[in-house]
Design a protein around this ligand. Structure first.
Ligand code: AMP
Length: 215
């Protein structure tokens, strides 16, 4: 399976990607996760990206394209991959197509997870992540048993800097203007599938699998 996950920030792409990894045994490539790791490690790339990310804007195309190309060349991607949060605009999508053609591993699906805007806001402001194992929670919908403590590993939970209210609005605007047009892009290629990303996580996952398996 060679898949792009599309959807607004907060649509649940990361959560669904993690479940797809388990089911299909293919890696998730999340440009947001790669960038956040670079920020946490204090690399030159991380230092350059942090301010842009905190403003809710997109980091330059060349930066993410290089990161993705390097990752796709690793052996574990030979059996398939899930691109999450990439591409984010038409220029990235076009370059990705050429890159994948060159690597002999073209996309077979683009899956859009559609969620109403009001739900997105609550999902983003309520989102918390474990510092240790990256397990995700939502203080409104799926809170941890104990405040700020991961149920799985006991790690401390944190809120992403860009999940603060002022940045969220900007991220949603950037999504509408730059990323939403990708639905059309993949629709025209005949590989777009869409599901409504509402309901429980397991219900959404069932819809995701049914769409991908053509049921
Ligand atoms: P995400 O976790 O996918 O919501 O990404 C968090 C932030 O990382 C975004 O708001 C951007 O600043 C940056 N980012 C992630 N993926 C990309 C991408 N494909 N192109 C440009 N910037 C990105």
């Amino acid at each position: 399976m060679r898949l792009v996950l599309l959807g607004a920030p907060g649509a649940g792409k990361g959560t669904q990607a993690k479940m797809l990894i388990e089911k299909y045994g293919i890696p998730q490539i999340s440009t947001g996760d790669i960038l956040r790791k670079a920020v946490a490690d204090g690399t030159p790339l991380g230092k350059a990206a942090k301010a842009v990310m905190d403003r809710g804007e997109l980091v330059p195309d060349k930066v993410v394209l290089d990161l993705v190309e390097e990752r796709l060349k690793q052996d574990d991607c030979k059996k398939g991959y899930i691109l999450d949060g990439f591409p984010r605009n038409t220029a990235q999508a076009e370059t990705l197509d050429k890159m994948l053609q060159g690597l002999g591993m073209p996309l077979d699906s683009a899956l859009s997870v559609d969620v109403p805007k009001d739900d997105l806001l609550k999902r983003l402001t309520g989102r918390r992540t474990c510092k240790n194992c990256q397990q995700m929670y939502n203080i409104y919908f799926s809170p941890p048993k104990k405040d700020n403590v991961c149920d799985k590993c006991g790690g401390e939970l944190f809120q992403r800097d860009d999940d603060k209210e002022e940045t969220i609005k900007k991220r949603l605007d950037v999504y509408e203007a730059q990323t939403a047009p990708l639905m059309d892009y993949y629709g025209k290629k005949g590989i777009l599938k869409s599901i409504q990303g509402v309901g429980t996580i397991d219900e959404i996952f069932n819809k995701v699998c049914a769409a991908l398996e053509g049921k």
